[in-house]
Every structure is written in C-alpha cells, then in structure tokens.
Design a protein. Structure first.
Length: 302
C-alpha cells in the first residue's frame, strides 16, 4: 500500500508555466493561420474588385464608341451601366457625371435614374465605390486638311449595284482572314495592332443605302473607315445611314466623312474618354492612377 502511495506522489503533471507556454505557442500558431485566411480573403476581394472595375470601364468605352451622334461633348458623363431598362446612353439630355455602388457592386439609387447629376455629388449612404467618366473635347478641329487614320490592313471598294454585304472576320492561331460576301480579300496582318483597321471606299454613282452586317470572331475591334460616302445634301440621309454598319458579333466601329484625297467632308475631332473607379474606404484607384483611357474620332455634323 505504501509503495502505491509513493508511486502516485512521484507521477508529475504539467506545471503552470508549461501550460502557459503551450497556450502561448498555440495562440501564435492560430493567429498566424487566421491572418493568412484574412489576407487571402482581402487579396481575393481586391482581385474581384479590379476585374469588376475593368469590366465597367470596358462597358463605358463600348457605349462611348457606339454613340457618337448622341454623345455629350462638353461635360463628364457615363451611362447607367447596370440598369438598361432606362435606355440610358451618352445623350446630351441625360448627363451623368458619377455613379455609386455598394460593397456588392449594386448601383445605389440616388434618383430615379440610379445616377448623380452634379459635378461633385455627395456619396449616398452605403456607398463603397464611385465611378467617374470624363470626356475631353479638343478646343480646335483636327484634320480639316487631312485627319489621321491608321494604315489599313485592307482597302475594299463596294460594288455600285450591291447594297447588302456580310463581312466575316476570323483569327486562326494568329492568322487573320476576312470574307466579304463571296470575296476573300487578303489582310495585311502587319497593319493589325490594337484593332483591325479596314478602309471601305464607296463607289462612284453607287446605290444607297448600303448595309454591312459584321461578324467579328476575333478579340480585336474592327475599325471601318468609310471613304467617298455621298453627303446628306445628295442622299437625304447622314453618312451612317447611307452606309449602315450592322454589328452582329464582336466589336466594330465606323468612321465616316473621308475623301480619297485625304480630306474630310466634315469637321472631325478626337475625343478622349477617361474612366476612374475609386474604392471610397481607402481612396484606392481600381483602374490605376491614370484610369482607363480610350480615344475616338467623331464627325461633327454632316
């Protein structure tokens, strides 16, 4: 019996110091793991925010390039990107300078059009992001004696008696090709940089209107430059109705008013769209310090 009591007395457990040290080590390990989870969450959130901001900026650019006839030329603006039921565009009668979003990128309703119509609006309750769009208009006309346009990768003359065209553009492992109705003209791929510039010549005494349905199977915008389109005084319709560009697939744009001698029938100016999206909590610029910037040449009048 005495031997059993002696054995129990000799069995030692953990001291208080050892227990405290063990808890300290566990706390350090646990806090490190939690910090890793928090850091990973923040990185993923930041990446998502940047992707979302870029998508909104590209949407702004698409509307900017697609709506030259209704754009607001003198002020900052941006369309309602997420509520298309209002049919908002870059219209001089519907100027929007800024938009606010909550933490989940839902548009915050500031008025009936989900927009703010003052140069320096006050952020509504719950605002987490702010989108600003600015269009800078040059004070003087450019190109009245020869406006710049890219060296085209294709020069194509429309048929005087053919009014309907289907244009198919594809990219097969870096080799670009184009089909215009039954024609298969050759593209000069060395002229393809940030877009695919195509020069289209309207034939002398050609019928109008002409309709160009475009199926662009590439990731680049096809930029059409239309030359020698008859003026409205002759056709009774603006340039973009005399030759109608009908996008069916992929990005494309049209620039009108060009003459084969390099002059323009109308005054043209270069506009620059700048989009900035800011996270309001820390004033972080999701599109970089310079924002998202794109240019477009617009014809003023006909």
């Amino acid at each position: 019996m005495n031997r059993r009591i002696e054995q129990i007395k000799n069995d030692k457990g953990f001291t208080l110091v050892e227990v405290i040290a063990a808890f300290a080590v566990m706390t350090l390990i646990t806090s490190s793991i939690l910090q890793m989870f928090v850091l990973s969450k923040n990185i993923n959130k930041k990446a998502f925010d940047i992707d979302r901001a870029n998508a909104l900026a590209v949407k702004c650019a698409e509307i900017f390039k697609a709506g030259p006839d209704t754009m607001q030329t003198d002020a900052m603006f941006v369309s309602d990107l997420l509520n298309t039921s209002n049919n908002e565009t870059f219209n001089k009668n519907n100027v929007v300078f800024a938009k606010y979003y909550d933490n989940n990128w839902n548009v915050l309703k500031v008025n009936n059009y989900n927009s703010v119509s003052s140069l320096n609006p006050i952020a509504p309750s719950g605002a987490f992001y702010r989108l600003d769009a600015t269009v800078n208009k040059p004070s003087t006309a450019e190109g009245s004696t020869g406006l710049f346009y890219p060296d085209p990768c294709l020069i194509y003359t429309l048929n005087a008696s053919v009014n309907d065209y289907t244009i198919n553009i594809s990219n097969n492992s870096g080799v670009y090709s184009i089909g215009i109705n039954s024609d298969l003209p050759v593209l000069d791929s060395t002229k393809i940089k940030s877009n695919i510039p195509v020069k289209i010549i309207f034939p002398q005494n050609g019928q109008y209107p002409k309709h160009l349905t475009v199926n662009n199977g590439t990731a680049l915008e096809v930029a059409f430059y239309f030359f020698d389109v008859p003026p409205q005084s002759q056709t009774g319709m603006p340039f973009d109705q005399a030759v109608q560009l009908l996008p069916a697939k992929g990005p494309c744009s049209g620039s009108y008013g060009w003459l084969s001698n390099g002059l323009t029938k109308v005054e043209s100016r270069k506009y620059t769209l700048t989009v900035n999206i800011t996270r309001l909590s820390d004033n972080f610029k999701l599109l970089g310090s310079s924002g998202y910037v794109t240019d477009r040449y617009f014809n003023i009048g006909t």
